[in-house]
Design a protein around this ligand. Structure first.
Ligand code: HEC
Length: 171
């Protein structure tokens, strides 16, 4: 680590600034990924849609550690607001998505964790935030993502592993 660089660019005094992410935007996700989960966020008036590629879906279904080659992508939408300024709920019970704000993603591949300090490292996972135009959002410190997901090593660092496993099973 370079302490001087960290002091000038890090958002947090306690976390090193891990700006470099290997995650690439999966341009084909709408065709090839599985939408496995949705969550309403009333406080921020958002609804998030969760997508996984086959490598992630298959491993979760089989009860295996999610392997290299896996990618999870989250669409973060602003919810449509009604006349009362509250989110409008659709027939499926979820907020109606009005505007895609940004994406979050996590993915892993061989060697991607090697530059991450052990105290933060999530095996080979890297994290990214993409703008609505599918570009890396500047100024994202992966250290924050790594730190919060790190305790979940027994669920492949995913919060939504159970939903992913359920989505991979025959209905
Ligand atoms: C304060 C804790 C916290 C931080 C910081 C955090 N996450 Fe998460 N993340 C969560 C939680 C909780 C979920 C489960 C559902 C949700 O809230 O969206 C989640 C879910 C995800 C998912 C869906 C797969 C999964 O794990 O279930 C992705 C992708 C993701 N986060 C990416 C990121 C990225 C990228 C960053 C950093 C820019 C980040 N997260 C920072 C708590 C965090």
């Amino acid at each position: 680590m370079q302490p001087s660089a960290a002091l000038t660019t890090a958002k947090s005094d306690f976390l090193p600034n891990l700006a470099k992410s290997q995650v690439r935007f999966p341009e084909d996700y709408q065709k090839t990924y599985t939408k496995y989960h949705t969550i309403n966020f009333p406080a921020t008036q958002q609804v998030r849609h969760y997508f996984a590629n086959n490598a992630a879906l298959q491993a979760a279904k089989d009860g295996k550690t999610v392997p290299n080659g896996a990618l999870l992508l989250v669409e973060v939408h602003a919810a449509k607001l009604g006349a009362d300024k509250k989110p409008v709920t659709g027939p499926d019970g979820f907020f109606v998505a009005e505007k895609l704000m940004f994406y979050t993603a996590m993915a892993r591949d061989a060697g991607w964790g090697k530059d991450i300090p052990d105290m933060l490292r999530n095996e080979e996972w890297n994290y990214a935030v993409f703008t609505a135009a599918k570009q890396h959002r500047p100024g994202v410190n992966q250290a924050e993502c790594l730190a919060c997901h790190k305790p979940f090593d027994n669920t492949s660092y995913l919060f939504t592993l159970k939903q992913l496993a359920d989505a991979g099973k025959p209905k």
